[in-house]
Design a protein around this ligand. Sequence first.
Ligand SMILES: Cc1cc2nc3c(=O)[nH]c(=O)nc-3n(C[C@H](O)[C@H](O)[C@H](O)COP(=O)(O)OP(=O)(O)OC[C@H]3O[C@@H](n4cnc5c(N)ncnc54)[C@H](O)[C@@H]3O)c2cc1C
Ligand code: SF4
Length: 493
Amino acid sequence: MGKVTGFMEYERLEEGYKPVPERLKHHKEFVVTLDDSQARLQAARCMDCGTPFCNSGCPVNNIIPDFNDLVYAGDWQNAIQVLHSTNNFPEFTGRICPAPCEAACTLYVNEDAVGIKSIEHAIIDKAWEQGWVLPQPPRHKTGRSVAVVGSGPAGMAAAQQLARAGHDVTVFEKNSRIGGLLRYGIPDFKMEKSHIDRRVAQMQAEGVVFQTSTLIGSLPDSLKITNDAHTVISAEALQARFDAVLLTGGAEQSRDLPVPGRDLDGIHFAMEFLPQQNKVNAGDQLKSQLRADGKHVIVIGGGDTGSDCVGTSTRHGALSVTQFELMPEPPEQENKPLVWPYWPLKLRTSSSHDEGAEKGILQREFAISTKAFKGDKGKLTGLTTVQVEVKDGKLVEIAGTEKEYQADLVLLAMGFVNPVAAVLDAFGVAKDGRGNAKASTDFTGGYATSVAKVFAAGDMRRGQSLVVWAIREGRQAARAVDEFLMGFSDLPR
Ligand SMILES: Cc1cc2nc3c(=O)[nH]c(=O)nc-3n(C[C@H](O)[C@H](O)[C@H](O)COP(=O)(O)OP(=O)(O)OC[C@H]3O[C@@H](n4cnc5c(N)ncnc54)[C@H](O)[C@@H]3O)c2cc1C
Ligand code: SF4
């Protein structure tokens, strides 16, 4: 423990944000990382409480008290070693993880939690700056080959672990760049893509081969998902060529809203809107871009994806942005004695919400359901809603609360129902009740699907989730594949 009385002496300090008018001029990151002395005092707040609930609250089980102690002692080089021992990509999680560890921090019982995520962010940024993040090529090669299908955080984490274990790893990605939703879902203002490129270079030096614009299996033409593939490889060909296959294709099937008027021009999935902006940021020349400039935008869906649509629409110059959430507005503060150390349900206000509010263009509506879209000559002009309430555990409409909203652009951000069935069907992999690849997370036999030598991990196995869960699953699946190939594994779980 760094400083015995640190938690009594120092207040929590949040990372800074650049001013709203400045950051709305671009799509780049705007968080100001803690400097060394700030990070040191924040780390000193860790009580080393004996039973580190933060460690089990973190899906990759980061060894948080240990890196806090090292940062307080100024030993940044060992701090990054501890962090990398459980997390392949702390620069991703240090930027975009919702930090369930902090909800589980013992100090959070009656004080502000230790700023674990901001300390993680400071450690990894310093490590890159100092040149401490280097390729770790394997000492011995096994002669075994693994195909990883999908290059999101699950596929990247698995590929890195498997290459370090000495296997020949090829990552296949249907899009033209690596990263999955990190690349084309999450806006640059939350995480710039140079962080992915740097890791790709590291992994290439460790022996990972990336084959982009390559679709494994097939996709229905009607599906509106990002697909830059110009090469197609069948599932059978892949199975014949590799000793094991790991499916990490994500859960790309967006939830739709099939109410009257859905076919009007002006209604799009969030995952049509957000990837286009990320491509433009990367310098791609698009034939046309779906933009929110001068429009009244309605975002249907109150989660992370919806919030990212708010931030992107505000940067485009939308006239107004209204975000709908079907569930009632949660309380601003959770009932801590009831929920700690678990992730609490409470009102969350993102930096994108702050921007919309400061510009005076954002309205957030709760307990609201969309009944129909309205249009003129095939073009969207608005929609009709009704308020809902929870009765006997079900959402029911409240009579007489119907309302009309004007809208030129509606973005559907209601989450993802499951992976694309065609990809799983191409391999003949059994699905669970929610349409995900069926595979357990058991220590023995985990991540194996119903098809011999085919494994699954990340959103494709667990359904839509978080980057930190994808990294955990990628690491654990890598161990399972290594054990399958070699009969044992030294990879950590
Ligand atoms: C807009 C948005 C914002 C989000 N914000 C956050 C956030 O702030 N914090 C957070 O923790 N999580 C966030 N998430 C969730 C997070 O991004 C996902 O949980 C995570 O990326 C899942 O990782 P994955 O590797 O399982 O799959 P994905 O990231 O979905 O990657 C799957 C990859 O597989 C490829 N693929 C699929 N099928 C094939 C095929 N047949 N052949 C070749 N390639 C294929 C896809 O093109 C894709 O690149 C967000 C999600 C979205 C959509
Ligand atoms: S990865 Fe997420 S949950 Fe784990 S320590 Fe970092 S911020 Fe916390």
